[in-house]
Structure formats: structure tokens, C-alpha cells
Design a protein around this ligand. Structure first.
Ligand SMILES: Nc1ccn([C@@H]2O[C@H](COP(=O)(O)O)[C@@H](O)[C@H]2O)c(=O)n1
Ligand SMILES: C[C@@]1(CO)OP(=O)(O)OP(=O)(O)OC[C@H]1O
Length: 164
């Protein structure tokens, strides 16, 4: 059995008149994230980490932002589709770790629900899911409140080896 690791990174702009949705949780805030889908930056980074570990391209490849099918899409639906794709190739998910970089709002109280959503969508125990938040001490675009970024790492198991 081989352990495979993938990483994902995504950024979305904060703007007026949009919802702020992170790991499927709607967060009360004066701004939201702009995107073709619901712009759940954390789930996009996670989806890319999973696809990266499987060497199966990225979410923009599977769900192009030129396709109206995905306009306003719920990123949890996209994430579950990514899980179907990687499981269909014989991979199983070991654990994931997501970091959300946001100066505001404070996310601490929403983290347990985020973990529950991700564990449910990935069909793994919540002890195998980590979601964290950090500020940038007001530095950079996240620190100025212009956007939110997210990073994710995922490990998968497969039955073979990259060298076979
Ligand atoms: N949007 C955020 C950012 C951070 N947190 C929590 O605060 C802790 C301290 O953040 P620093 O950036 O100063 O390290 C961090 O460890 C998180 O627990 C948060 O809830 N929401
Ligand atoms: C999720 C998709 C779906 O169309 O759209 P966006 O919400 O714009 O998100 P992004 O991370 O920029 O790119 C992936 C897209 O394909």
C-alpha cells in the first residue's frame, strides 16, 4: 500500500452582497466571497489537495468556471463529486488538514461544524479531519480584508505504487 500526499491552495475576493461560506458553513459577516460557485475557498483548496494526491488535475479542470452548470454551485456537492472520482480510481482518504487564512471574522466557533461537514462529505471520521484558522497579523491581502485564502493537505492510500 502507498500513502500519497496532495496539497491545495485557493484565494477568493471578499465583496459586498455575497454570502461567506467556509467548509459549507454560512458565516455571519458583512461581506462574502466572490466566485462562479458559492466560492467556498476552503473546500476548493481541499478538493485540489484530494485531486492532487490522486494526480487527477484540479477542480477548474473538472468543473470549469465557463460552464453554467456550476454557476452558484454548492461546493459541498463539488467536493462529494471529487470524492467519487478519487474513490472510483481505487484511492481511500486517510486524513485532511485545512487552514483558512482570514483576518476577520473570527471563525473559532464555526470550526466544529466545518469539521463535521467535511467528515461527512469525505465519509471519514471527524478525528481524521482538521480545520484551522489563522490571521496574517493584518499583513497582505488577507490582512487588509480584501480576500480569504485557504491551504489544504490530504493523504490518500492506494493499493499500488507510483513506480509500478
Ligand atoms: N479568522 C480567524 C483567525 C484566527 N482564528 C483563531 O485565532 C487564533 C490566533 O490567530 P493568529 O493569526 O493570531 O495566530 C488562531 O489560532 C485561531 O484559533 C480564528 O478563529 N479566526
Ligand atoms: C469552483 C469553480 C466552479 O466553476 O468556480 P469558482 O467558484 O470561481 O472557484 P475557483 O476556485 O476560482 O475555480 C474552480 C471553478 O471551476
Amino acid at each position: 500500500m502507498m500513502i500519497r500526499t496532495g496539497m491545495g491552495y485557493d484565494v477568493h475576493r471578499l465583496t459586498d452582497n455575497r454570502d461567506l461560506i467556509l467548509c459549507g458553513v454560512k458565516i455571519p459577516y458583512e461581506k462574502g466571497l466572490l466566485g462562479h460557485s458559492d466560492a467556498d475557498v476552503a473546500l476548493h483548496a481541499l478538493a485540489d489537495a484530494l485531486l492532487g494526491a490522486a494526480a487527477m488535475r484540479d477542480i477548474g479542470y473538472h468543473f470549469p468556471d465557463t460552464d453554467q452548470t456550476y454557476a452558484g454551485a454548492d461546493s459541498r456537492v463539488l467536493l462529494r463529486r471529487v470524492v467519487e472520482l478519487i474513490v472510483g480510481e481505487g484511492f481511500s482518504i486517510n486524513n485532511v488538514d485545512v487552514t483558512i487564512v482570514a483576518q476577520r471574522p473570527k471563525l473559532l466557533t464555526f470550526i466544529p461544524q466545518m469539521i463535521e461537514n467535511v467528515a461527512s462529505d469525505l465519509d471519514i471520521p471527524s478525528r481524521c479531519v482538521s480545520v484551522k484558522a489563522t490571521t496574517t497579523e493584518r499583513l497582505g491581502f488577507e490582512g487588509r480584508g480584501e480576500g480569504i485564502s485557504a491551504l489544504a493537505v490530504a493523504t490518500l492510500s492506494d493499493s499500488g505504487s507510483c513506480r509500478e
